[in-house]
Design a protein around this ligand. Structure first.
Ligand code: ADP
Ligand code: MG
Length: 358
């Protein structure tokens, strides 16, 4: 139903926020988009319904390229409703008027039709007795439910939710999620940016984990939450803070890396001894071993709230476990073995993955 190919978005200040996003979304799918803030989740949704214009790539909805200048933007927006974090209701209009405005102005419904539809939608979101209330008389949770009803009033095929519960008092999150869950069973296609992990897991057919301006990893809720493949995904799901490096070759500025690691470790409340071990492991594995042999080595350092430390190193090429080869000094290998609690090497899809626990 939605086909996204090589989507790029660069803001005027030169910041490239979407960096080759590709996705296919089928009719009726419920997709939750998770990921750290600032990674382009809102920008992605806003590009889909053309609140932002992408700087490159293709978006097809039901086979129609919506970035084509001949495409009717208003028609696309009607097909693709959006629910925002801040509800954006018209405060000078009563609830029912908020729900009648779009359908009468844009869909050609009569006032009576729009009114009847409004009542039935308010029943759907549990607000049948708030017809004549003004938005200011409602709680945050109720306002958001009205906003959802207003989106539904335009008969969209796709609904985009951008953190629909993050402006709400914690006591009201549940009522809004319950309404979204109910809609999920009614055949609508939905993309939901959310930080509510349990909800995402319960409601979604697929999860997109966004990071670095791309869909960094995706899968079913089980795949993503129970068996994330990539270090950053895993760290995000386990609420770990991460620091990552991409080391092109041995000319990389390792001294800067060491000082960043030191700062990061201290910020995450490791003691000096642990911080030194973290640096030592990076030094042995990256400088004295892997970057001598491989280019484009990636490392991710992840530290949890209770100071569990994990280092994951990826490099592409032949299967190669540095601790089992003859090329490197025994001293380096001994240091790596002794300084880490656990060392594993895996090889999958031409990628070597080393995981170290400290
Ligand atoms: P997320 O929703 O994942 O938190 P956003 O899509 O809101 O991320 O933002 C991604 C990045 O783009 C951020 O660094 C943000 O500051 C930047 N950004 C967002 N909107 C604009 C804009 N209109 N102009 C310039 N930069 C922007
Ligand atoms: Mg956002």
């Amino acid at each position: 139903m939605i086909n996204i190919e090589h989507l790029y978005k660069e803001y005027d200040n030169g910041l490239r926020v979407l960096n080759d996003v590709n996705a296919q979304i089928n009719k009726g799918e419920i997709i939750s988009i998770i990921g750290p803030s600032g990674t382009g989740k809102s920008t992605f949704l806003r590009c889909l319904n053309l609140l932002e214009s992408p700087t490159g790539g293709k978006i097809e909805v039901n086979g129609i390229n919506i970035l084509d200048s001949k495409t009717d933007i208003y028609k696309i927006r009607q097909k693709m409703g959006m629910v925002f974090q801040s509800f954006n209701l018209f405060s000078h209009l009563m609830v029912i008027e908020n729900l009648m405005l779009g359908p009468t102005k844009l869909l050609g419904l009569s006032k009576q039709e729009a009114f009847n539809q409004g009542i039935s939608l308010l029943e759907t979101v549990g607000l049948a007795d708030k017809l004549y209330a003004y938005p200011d008389e409602l709680s945050g949770g109720q306002k958001q439910r009205v906003a959802i009803a207003r989106t539904l009033a335009m008969k969209p095929e796709i609904i985009l939710f951008d953190e629909p519960t993050s402006a709400l008092d914690p006591t009201m999150v549940g009522e809004v999620l319950a309404v979204i869950k109910k809609l999920a069973t009614q055949g609508l296609t939905m993309l939901i940016v959310t930080h509510e992990m349990k909800f995402a897991r319960d409601v979604s057919s697929r999860i997109f984990y966004m990071d670095e301006g791309v869909i960094y990893e995706q899968g079913t809720p089980e795949q993503l939450f129970e068996n994330p493949k990539k270090a950053k995904t895993k760290a995000f799901i386990n609420r770990m803070k991460t620091l990552s490096f991409k080391i092109k070759n041995s000319k990389f500025d390792f001294y800067e890396m060491f000082s960043q690691i030191q700062d990061f470790c201290i910020k995450q409340m490791l003691n000096l001894k642990q911080a030194n071990i973290v640096n030592l492991l990076h030094e042995e594995l990256l400088i004295n071993m892997l970057t001598k042999k491989f280019s484009n080595v990636e490392s991710v350092l992840a530290i949890s709230e209770n100071q569990d430390v994990e280092i994951t190193i990826n490099y592409v090429g032949e299967k190669f476990d540095p601790l089992l080869c003859d090329e490197f000094e025994d001293l380096s290998k001994t240091i790596v073995k002794n300084a880490s609690k656990e060392y594993t090497h895996q090889y999958e899809n031409l990628t070597n993955i080393i995981t170290l626990k400290i």
